[in-house]
Design a protein around this ligand. Structure first.
Ligand code: 13P
Length: 259
């Protein structure tokens, strides 16, 4: 099956509003025609600036879209400091990252909480970018498949079978995030294949359509080799997405890998 690739830029806790808007203007101006959409994922305070700059760029969401890095599962109420999926939709977001390993490790997010968030995001009309991945300790203990199976099972427990293909999965081995130690194409492909098998147990037709992104130290010089693996359908990039030229290079490599 020929799945379209997706390039997602997770800016994490970076960029003030002016920097984010300037980035979008420059990136959009240099972005060539391609079947590969770019999804920008700024911090919440820069979402409005990114939304305006994307609109002004004249790019369609299939060329340039944006989303948030997290949200809560409730629509409104007494949840100080949280942002709801509906609020993100209101800003024009199409995507939301959920279950990122930094949310799991630093902010204590459980598989159960992530499962509630995935369902709420879908209900609001967002595409969740649902992140999973093992730590080095888990991998070395031979628990890779066990961990991925648990994360997929609980994280996707609250959604209908028919909604499954509306989820984008991101496999991000924790040991590869921000470390410069990228998974080899073989390691990444093996994990992606396994994740697709897990998804196929829920809905085999959906599993073939679903995009599974790889994340963890993706750079312009390792991108193509990863993206040409049969079960890798795009990249979720942190550090290398923060500079316009670097993100353009990544986009070029994803486009080349789509041919
Ligand atoms: P790096 O690309 O900086 O390793 O970050 C990956 C990541 O966490 C994307 O969500």
């Amino acid at each position: 099956m020929n799945r379209t690739k997706l390039l997602a830029a997770n800016w994490k806790l970076n960029k003030l509003t002016g920097e984010a808007a300037e980035f979008v203007r420059e990136y959009a101006a240099k972005l060539p025609a391609s079947p590969v959409p770019t999804v920008l994922l700024p911090t919440n305070t820069a979402l409005q600036a990114v939304a305006s700059a994307c609109k002004e760029s004249g790019k369609t969401p299939s060329e340039l879209a944006f989303g948030a890095q997290n949200c809560y599962f409730q629509s409104s109420g007494a949840f100080t400091g949280e942002v709801s999926p509906e609020m993100l939709v209101d800003l024009g977001c199409r995507y939301v990252v959920l279950g990122h390993s930094e949310r799991r490790a630093i902010f204590g997010e459980s598989d159960d909480l992530i499962g509630l968030k995935v369902a709420a995001a879908l209900k609001a009309g967002l595409t969740p970018i649902f992140c999973i991945g093992e730590t080095l300790e888990e991998r070395n203990a031979g628990k890779l498949e066990y961990v991925l199976a648990r994360q997929v099972k609980v994280g996707l427990a609250n959604i209908e079978e028919a909604q499954l293909d509306k989820v984008v999965v991101a496999y991000e081995p924790v040991w590869a995030i921000g470390t410069g130690v990228v998974a080899t194409p073989e390691q990444a492909q093996a994990a992606h294949k396994y994740v697709r098998e897990l998804l196929a147990k829920k809905n085999s037709e959906a599993a073939m359509k679903m995009q599974i992104l790889y994340g963890g130290s993706v750079k312009p010089d390792n991108c193509y080799e990863l993206m040409t693996q049969p079960d890798i359908d795009g990249a979720l990039v942190g550090g290398a997405s923060l500079k316009v030229d670097s993100l353009l290079e990544l986009h070029k490599e994803c486009t080349r890998a789509s041919r």
